[in-house]
Design a protein around this ligand. Structure first.
Ligand SMILES: Nc1ncnc2c1ncn2[C@@H]1O[C@H](COP(=O)(O)OP(=O)(O)OP(=O)(O)O)[C@@H](O)[C@H]1O
Ligand SMILES: [Mg+2]
Length: 450
């Protein structure tokens, strides 16, 4: 069939092309009454390319044309017709992605195939307080801004998995497929996980999958291009913690390759990862379509809900002290609330009178695992800060260290620890001071006290 041999013919799978051609021809007539009637073959091809989520440079590459030429064509023709068709002011197209979003909103997208969902090992999140701003922003990044990769980064127990579940529940209708995979400790080699995901996405019909990992990634990318998939990979930190430039553990470097390619190549899907570690792979791609969200603790209102659910007794000031002590970490607050209930009959004041910080076992476990993965040098910085009662500036901190390292190495390590939420910083009289959050300090002293 001739139609199928046209470039970007796969657009017909998801879009009502015939209706679009007719309606755009009418818009063209209004915009350029003297131009040839109907859409030209070139205009139709460009339209299909955009609808398949190829950017103008990629369309040019595939058609063997100059990228600049396509850009000029688009801004003289299609962009203007589409503005008319969708009742927008002239010259309001900011970006080629607007075209897909606007035409979808105008109802030209068809054939939303039956949605397929595989929640994998995603936990059920029945109780979830606050996080309104975070939810709205992250949903906007995924749905409206059509980001290709979102990384939710934060301390263990801060609520990354919970918010990812909530987001996925709320926006699942925007996607043809939803796939959740939680990476366990010591995850399987990437090839196994890819085969598993691709099989699901191809409705178990892919029997001849390649052995080569790069080809498997290409295969996944093809599916991410053809379908709108929400893929969530939870606990990405389990593949990280190595010594290489991107910090992947030995044998897991290809996970970085997967992330890079999903971030850099065009497709219509979104990969969400949650991680305690910031994936360095994404640093160089961060921007319009690749974004990182550092998840902080719950605000006072949401954290107080946890205390209420646990039937604690508290005044506003005590609640604030307790929340701040654990930096709003919900896992810590849930555990400490139970303990206060058992030991002090729910009395927060009584607990605070003990003047100590208790580190709930799950938080201890998470921190211990993370400390063990740190290079010795970074551990020394933590030990040093933990043994000081007051925050230190970087010069003093450096002078207290026993090992010999260059200034640049020291700053790199300090920066890396700050990025990974181990260290907090304050500004006092124009000087930046570093310290540890109370729970981290307690654990460092307990595990590595000197
Ligand atoms: N907004 C919230 N309201 C109430 N409880 C929450 C909220 N966010 C998280 N929790 C609870 O806090 C605990 C820790 O959350 P979660 O497992 O999402 O943390 P995490 O950041 O994914 O931790 P890890 O890095 O160890 O995987 C869970 O019991 C979760 O249900
Ligand atoms: Mg988690």
């Amino acid at each position: 069939m001739v139609f199928n041999q046209e470039p970007f013919s796969e657009a017909v799978n998801n879009w009502d092309l015939e209706r679009l051609y007719i309606d755009l021809a009418a818009a063209k007539r209004e915009f350029a009454p003297r131009a040839r009637q109907g859409l030209t073959e070139v205009e139709r091809t460009h339209l299909r390319g955009l609808l398949c989520c190829y950017n103008p440079a990629e369309i040019a590459h595939r058609l063997n044309r100059e990228p600049g030429g396509i850009q000029v064509d688009l801004s003289r023709t299609l962009y203007r017709y589409i503005e008319r068709l969708t009742n927008r002011e002239e010259n309001t197209v900011q970006n080629w992605r607007d075209i897909v979003n606007w035409l979808e909103a105008a109802g030209y997208r068809t054939n939303q195939p039956q949605q397929r969902v595989d929640w994998g090992e995603a936990p059920e999140v029945s109780v979830f307080y606050g996080r309104h701003t975070e939810l709205e922003t992250l949903k906007q990044w995924i749905v409206s801004d059509r980001c290709r990769v979102i990384a939710i980064i934060g301390m263990g127990g801060i609520g990354k998995t919970a918010i990812a579940v909530r987001i996925a529940e709320q926006i699942r209708d925007e996607f043809e497929y939803l796939v959740w995979r939680s990476l366990p400790d010591n995850p399987s080699p990437l090839s196994e996980i890819l085969v598993n995901i691709i099989s699901f996405l191809s409705d178990e019909q892919s029997t001849d999958l390649p052995n080569n990992i790069d080809d498997l990634i290409s295969k996944l990318l093809n599916v991410l291009r053809q379908h709108r998939v929400l893929l969530i990979l939870d606990s990405w930190e389990t593949v990280m913690g190595g010594d290489g430039a991107e910090r992947y553990q030995a044998g897991y470097e290809k996970y970085g390759e997967l992330l890079r390619r999903i971030a850099q190549q065009n497709h219509q899907s979104c990969l969400v990862i949650t991680s305690q570690e910031r994936p360095e792979t994404l640093t160089s791609c961060e921007g319009e379509t690749v974004r990182l969200w550092k998840l902080e603790g719950l605000d006072n209102v949401a954290a107080t809900e946890i205390f209420r659910t646990a039937n604690l007794e508290f005044g506003a000031e005590d609640a604030t002290r307790l929340i701040d002590m654990y930096r709003g970490n919900p896992l810590a607050l849930i555990h400490i609330s139970k303990m206060i209930q058992e030991l002090f009959h729910g009395g927060v004041t009584e607990f605070l009178r003990q003047n100590t910080i208790v580190v709930p076992p799950p938080i201890q476990m998470v921190l211990k695992q993370r400390f063990e993965r740190l290079p010795e040098w970074e551990r020394e910085i933590l030990r040093c800060l933990a043994s000081e009662a007051t925050p230190l500036d970087s010069d003093t901190l450096r002078s207290r260290m026993s090992s010999q390292v260059s200034n640049s190495e020291f700053l790199e390590q300090l920066y890396s620890l700050l990025q990974r939420s181990f260290i907090e910083k304050y500004c006092q009289d124009g000087t930046v001071l570093f310290t540890l959050q109370p729970v981290v300090r307690k654990c460092v002293n307990r595990f590595y006290g000197r």
